[in-house]
Design a protein around this ligand. Sequence first.
Ligand code: CP
Ligand code: NVA
Length: 301
Amino acid sequence: MPKRDLTSIFDLSETEIEGLIKEAVRLKKEKKRSLPLQGKTLAMIFEKSSTRTRVSFEAGMYQLGGMALYLNSTDLHLGRGETIQDTARTLSRYVDCIMIRTFAHDNVTQLANAASVPVINGLSDLSHPCQILSDLLTVYEKKGDYKKPVYAYIGDGNNVLNSWIEAAGILGLNLKIATPALHKPSQAILKKSLAMNPKSVTLYDNPADAVRDADIVYTDVWVSMGQEDLREEKLKAFSGFQINDSLLKHARPDAIVMHCLPAHRGEEITSGVLDGRQSVVFDQAENRLHMQKALLKFLIK
Ligand code: CP
Ligand code: NVA
């Protein structure tokens, strides 16, 4: 069997996503832990900050009987010119899986192509597949199904939204999106998803139109890691795209509010909504752990 990677949600089939959600549900309930990854090691390369991804992968590996190595890219020779290919080939001799959080998505693909062990995209500028897999678990828990709900994403056309669009294409979700005109998601990803499922994604200009009758209202930061220089410009462009009480009134009364975190309170979402009764953001954060474990079991044979 050739090794598998998770560079994007497109690497998975509908059945595999379903299987990962089932396994994560099972692992979350598991009373007595089995140790299926005893003796296995995960190397985690970070070029950017992380709280949830780092800790959930590290704790997850430990809970499955294995261990995780935190590697800051500037401490590796990768940070001073050793090629991604040579890094991949070297790490493949020591560890059973590699996770990378990086700026350029091409780094993820190059690493996956050169490594003989599975490679996981722990966030790139293009996508954040691990986040969306665990969010599907959260939607399943809260709504009893992840295909029926109506999803509304309001905010930046960034890595998180691109992965949602991929999931929408594969699973045939009903995803309604409102972004400012100059901050739309990847057109290539959108095109591919619409080719898989023509009705899966609808774009709106106005946040209230996208949120109308939604079961899930999702947002993410307006200024992603690495975009700090664009901060002033983006804050202006996103005026009117905040998730607040008045926008939320357009959604279904039992809608849940989701955010991958970290949040910039008072920018893309008010503290009132983030801490309010409809928010499930810390369940989302917890589910990163259960889904990482299901994913690690799936990839590391
Ligand atoms: N949501 C997420 O990936 O969080 P971290 O940046 O803390 O890993
Ligand atoms: N879009 C955000 C997600 C953080 C988890 C970023 O890339 O910074």
